[in-house]
Ligand binder design. Structure first.
Ligand SMILES: [Fe+2]
Ligand SMILES: [Fe+2]
Length: 147
């Protein structure tokens, strides 16, 4: 039986939605702060939902017994805090000035997502047993509604 990468595939789809939001914000600068606010609101929704899924549905498999195999998880969690912090600073900046520069935010997010897509998620797809994966996939779908 060939290997399947269901968790990876679902999370790649969710990452695409986040990057799509970022690109729309980038291309809407100069088109009025109402549009940017609307797009930023959507970005906040998809990104906070995404991080919730990762931390509450996926990383729950993580326990002290297997800590050695997943040394990257604490670092990923730290990056989530950094990302959420940057998001709330951008939110404030947008409210105060009507304008935002998302280039640094995009750089941080892309690095983070590439690591998850190329390393962490394929490893989970290979190593978790079927019952663990089934629960995780069901929960991802409950929140993201991905096919
Ligand atoms: Fe993440
Ligand atoms: Fe992610």
């Amino acid at each position: 039986m060939g290997e399947t990468y269901e968790i990876t595939d679902l999370m790649i789809k969710d990452h695409k939605e986040i990057i799509d939001c970022l690109n729309r914000i980038k291309h809407s600068t100069g088109e009025g702060s109402n549009l940017v606010s609307e797009l930023f609101d959507k970005l906040k929704w998809v990104l906070e939902k995404h991080i919730f899924v990762e931390e509450k549905a996926i990383f729950t498999f993580f326990n002290p017994k297997i800590k050695e195999d997943y040394r990257e998880i604490p670092c990923i969690l730290e990056e989530h805090n950094l990302i959420l912090d940057m998001l709330s600073k951008l939110d404030k900046q947008l409210t105060d000035t009507g304008n935002i520069d998302i280039s640094e935010f995009k750089r941080v997010l892309e690095k983070h997502k590439n690591f998850e897509e190329n390393s962490l998620y394929p490893k989970l797809d290979r190593n978790l047993d079927k019952s663990q994966k089934d629960i995780i996939i069901k929960r991802i779908r409950e929140i993201t509604c991905k096919e």
